[in-house]
Design a protein around this ligand. Structure first.
Ligand code: 13P
Ligand code: ZN
Ligand code: NA
Length: 283
């Protein structure tokens, strides 16, 4: 069955590799990610945003992920990405999610601590992983929009304090990456990652994984980023494959035809990201 991501990520940080968390929006995307993980022998995290929970229904998502986990021979966790709503977090945990993100990053530090503590208390009793965010990660993820001007890097001292106050098992510090594809290159503060990692022993989470140059991803992982989120590149690969299919076969309206190249494109992209983060062969 589905497993908590905590032990997977603790092991990843200890061994210096990264586990990729893929945002999926359809059954075929979920299947493609799991096939990629299987073929790489990699632990993997399937994640959905709040928008996707609303789009597909949390029970459908959990059911599909549970089937995948039952059939798979690699560990699979199901994670709720960027959730600001405590009720929805509790409902997802009840439904079977094995990991949740409480995104209270737009609140004041003390309020972020309080929210996160509440979620940790609820989740840890149920063996569910929790991820919190410090600083503000830029870009657009569903209806969470953070402009460049509002984006804010995490402060290393605050990360340490936050961990001591909340006991949260995984932390996503803003270190210069952003959601979506970058105009140019991201401006990653590697020194800051190093400072945070030296103060905080828990696995760190790299958001905004799409569009980061390969060598920079490897540096982040080597510094302690044990989970990398990938949403936009996977979504684009899926949709562009369908777009291309219709450009070539405008008369072919059978979903079982156009989903084949879409699934293949997602699988290829997922294999690339898994190899990049070094989690292949770890399961
Ligand atoms: P990208 O869309 O840049 O891959 O960001 C993914 C992410 O951080 C999801 O939480
Ligand atoms: Zn994110
Ligand atoms: Na990105």
């Amino acid at each position: 069955g589905l497993v908590s991501s905590t032990p997977l990520l603790v092991e990843a940080r200890a061994q210096g590799y990264g586990i990729v968390a893929f945002n999926v929006h359809t059954l075929e995307m979920l299947q493609a990610v799991v096939e990629a993980a299987e073929s790489c022998r990699a632990p993997v995290i399937i994640q959905t945003t709040v928008g996707t929970v609303k789009h597909l229904g949390m029970d459908y998502i959990v059911a599909a992920a549970q089937v995948a986990a039952r059939r798979a021979s690699v560990p699979i966790a199901l994670h709720l990405d960027h959730c600001q709503d405590l009720t929805l977090i509790q409902q997802c945990i009840e439904a079977g999610y094995t990991s949740v993100m409480i995104d209270a990053s737009k609140l004041q530090f003390e309020d972020n601590v309080e929210r996160t503590k509440e979620v940790v208390a609820y989740a840890s009793r149920r063996g569910v992983n929790v991820e919190a965010e410090l600083g503000k990660i830029g870009g657009v993820e569903d209806d969470i929009v953070v402009s460049d001007a509002d984006a804010m890097l995490a402060v290393p001292e605050e990360c340490e304090q936050f961990l001591a106050l909340t006991g949260v098992p995984t932390l996503a510090p803003a270190i210069g990456t952003a959601h979506g594809i970058y105009k140019g290159e991201p401006n990653i503060d590697f020194k800051r990652i190093e400072q945070i990692a030296s103060r905080v022993a828990v696995p760190l989470v790299l958001h905004g994984g799409s569009g980061i140059p390969a060598d920079q991803v490897r540096r982040c992982v080597a510094l302690g980023m044990a989970k990398m989120n990938v949403a936009t590149e996977l979504k684009n690969a899926f949709s562009l494959a369908i777009q291309q299919f219709f450009a070539e076969h405008p008369e072919e309206l059978d979903p079982r035809q156009y989903m084949v190249p879409a699934k293949e494109a997602v699988k290829r992209m997922a294999i690339d990201k898994i190899n990049l983060c070094g989690s292949a062969g770890r399961a």
